[in-house]
Every structure is written in C-alpha cells, then in structure tokens.
Write a protein that binds this ligand. Sequence first.
Ligand SMILES: Cc1cc2nc3c(=O)[nH]c(=O)nc-3n(C[C@H](O)[C@H](O)[C@H](O)COP(=O)(O)OP(=O)(O)OC[C@H]3O[C@@H](n4cnc5c(N)ncnc54)[C@H](O)[C@@H]3O)c2cc1C
Length: 420
Amino acid sequence: MLNIPDSKHERIVIVGGGFAGFTLAKKLQNKPVQLVLLDKNNYHQFQPLFYQVAMAGLEPSSISFPLRKAFQNCENIVIRVAELQEVKTKEKRILTDQGEIYYDKLVLAMGTKTNFYGNQEIEEKAFSLKSVSESLYLRNSILQDFEKALMEEDYDARQKYIDVVIVGGGPTGVELAGALAEMKHYILPKEYKEIDYKEVDIHLIQAGDGLLKGMSTEAGETALKYLKKLGVNVILNKRVQAYNGHEVVINDGTTIPCSKVIWAAGVHCHKVQGLSEESYTRGNRLIVNGHLQLLTDSSIYVLGDQAYLSDNTYTHGHPQVAQVAIQQAKYLAKSWTKNLKNNFVYNDLGSMATIGRNKAVVDLPKMKFKGFFAWILWLFVHIRSLIGFKNKLFVLINWMWNYITYDQSLRLIIKPFKRK
Ligand SMILES: Cc1cc2nc3c(=O)[nH]c(=O)nc-3n(C[C@H](O)[C@H](O)[C@H](O)COP(=O)(O)OP(=O)(O)OC[C@H]3O[C@@H](n4cnc5c(N)ncnc54)[C@H](O)[C@@H]3O)c2cc1C
C-alpha cells in the first residue's frame, strides 16, 4: 500500500524524480497543494555524467542525490519509491507496483529508456547507459575484462577483452569514446603494464554521415577530428546489424570481434498502460498542448523527454535534453501558482559535448567555440547543474585531481553480493 496521508489540498502526483519531476517538486514545495513524488529509485540521477561513472572517473554518489534529503524541509510532499504501471484515466487513479492512489492532477515525467529498435539479441548482449546501476555494471565489466586480458596469452582472445565498440555518435557515444581513449593512453600503461595499450581498439560506429547530429556541423567535424587524434576508429554511414556477445556485424558485412558493445544509438519513451494510442507519437512521446497538458486528457500533464510539443520553431518536438525538462517544469509550476495563460516557449541556451581531457565543443545561440575554453565552460556548466553542494564540491575535487595527476582513482571492481 502506498499509504498516502489525507490532505485538504489538491493532490498532484508526479511520476519521475528526474530533471523535470524534481524541478517541479522543488518549485511547488511548501505551496498549498499535496505533492506525491513517485520514482522507482529513491534518488535523482544526473544522466549527463553517467559516462564518467562508467569510466571510473566519478563515484555514483557524486552524481546521484537522495530524494528524501532534497525535500527534508518540505511540508507538503510525500515521497514513495514505486513504479507506475497503469493510469486509470476515468477514475483519476494510478496503479503502481506498491498500490493504487487517486490524483487531482497527474504529471508524467518518466524520461526515456534505451531504444534497441526491436533487436532482442543486441538488447540482451550490449551495454547501455541509462542508469547509475548500468554505469557501474559497465565500469566493472571494463575493469574485469582488463584483468582477464592480462591472463590471456592468445592475441585474438585478448583483443576481444580489450577492444570496445560504441554504437551511436551522439553526445553519449562521443563522450564515452573520448573518455575510453584517455583511459587507454593514461591508465593502461601505468596499471596494466603487460597489456600493450596500442593493441586496444576503440571503435565508434555512427549510422549518419557525421557526429553530434543535434549540434552544428562544425561541432560534429571538430569532435571527429579530436577523436581521430585520440586514436578512436570512427566509422560513419554504417549500421550495426547484429551482436551475439562475441562479434559485431556491420551492415557492409564487416565483423569486429568484441566482448563489449556499448549501445548509445537512441532512446524512446516508456508506454503507459491505460493511455489511448492517439496520445502517442514517434518514440512513444506523449502529445501535449502549449500548456503541457496531454491532448487526450486535460488532468494529465507531461514534462521533459516524455513530452512532445510541436510549435513553430520545434516542428518535430523539442530536443530530449535536460534544459527542456527543467524549463518545462518551471513553466508548469509558474503557470499553476501564477495562473499564467501563455504557452510554453523553450529558450535554447546552447549545447555542448566534451571529448577527452581539455577539449570540448560548444554551440551557443550566438556563437560557437571549441578547445580548452569550451572544455572549461563544459566543466562549469556541469558542476553548476549538479544537485547538492557536496556533489558539486566532490566532482570539482575529483576533476582537479584527475587533471593534475592524469589519473582517476576509482578503479575498484565491487561485485554485488549474492546470497548462496
Ligand atoms: C548517458 C546520457 C547522457 C546525457 N547527456 C546529456 C547532456 O550532456 N546534456 C543534456 O542536456 N542532456 C543529456 N542527456 C539527456 C537528459 O539526461 C534528459 O533529457 C533528461 O534527463 C530528461 O529529464 P526528464 O525529467 O524528462 O527524465 P529523467 O531525467 O530521465 O527522469 C525520469 C525519472 O523517471 C523515473 N521513472 C521512469 N519510469 C518510471 C516509472 N515507471 N515509475 C516511476 N518512476 C519512473 C526514473 O527513475 C527517473 O528518475 C543525457 C542522457 C543520457 C542517458
């Protein structure tokens, strides 16, 4: 049972404590409403830095923040760790894995999940990066494979352990490839001396003709140049067709033997049982009006990656990025508390991606730049966006330490305990 206390106030149920749900709850804290915040985890996750956890650069606790701690001083919020299963729109009730509750207003902010485009085998065998748990799993696998490689005499068998294939040339794929290349150049020669680091191949496969498709052509070209300089084998205009856990098959028939494929080729939204088919569009996004209300049900609001709002500027919906989620949450809180009538308008603050140490590309609305200063800006923006002073401080210290020593010191293989 969810055991939600009765309240004389209107009940707003928010599903998802990510960028959108978390921001909305913060903006409505101590307002005359009852907030029920549901998430399947008891913490907020800062997804843009998952890849640094996977590359042993940051601890998971530096990029996660406990929801209860965030709302310690908030009187009107009830937090429950529960997973949404169904919406009963006629009764204004939701069903979760922990029980059922009613809502006056429902806000769906459940983000996305990895899209394997229906390829079951790839889904089972490849790694993805959509949660702190997956990032840790990848970190363990990379480190364990280095250990196995040390004990393997046969060249081909060893290659399988140390080579990595990344699928998808968006920000996640590019940032991962850059971080792996750094690990190859700075960590392997020091700690895994018996492995010839030049034997490590990092392949980045991208279906399109350039990298960082959501950014400018210049940013994509610069990222390509930086990655090539770091020794990453970037393969453009090719699709991965199959992966059986041992070998990647590309659509031109080429194969790459490899025990680690990281799938960063796309996301789609969770389908919510109980909502009609006409509520959805491409990628299972839910169609909303300018007030972020679900077109098919005005008591349901949708925010962030899950929302699809088409306007004159964004005819195919907004990009699925953190800023859209945050701005939509702020808009919704304001429109409820101040009774605003205007539609949501997204203010694009720009986009950026980092490629290894010292290098990044930044597209701002009025200017584009790259290199060291772009990297400094990237660091600053990410630290500023993290939740919690301790997290900001720890990440800053970690990054300064890594920068000075060319080292990350978190290469522990911590295996989950299994009861016999
Ligand atoms: C690896 C990676 C790197 C990224 N890098 C960047 C970047 O550099 N810059 C940028 O702007 N954006 C980046 N993004 C995208 C950005 O993280 C998303 O756009 C943003 O998180 C969307 O916010 P949201 O609130 O819609 O969803 P999320 O932040 O994904 O939050 C969704 C929440 O819903 C919860 N949830 C899901 N299903 C259920 C359920 N059934 N029941 C209960 N709770 C549920 C989840 O646990 C989660 O807490 C990146 C994403 C990834 C995966």
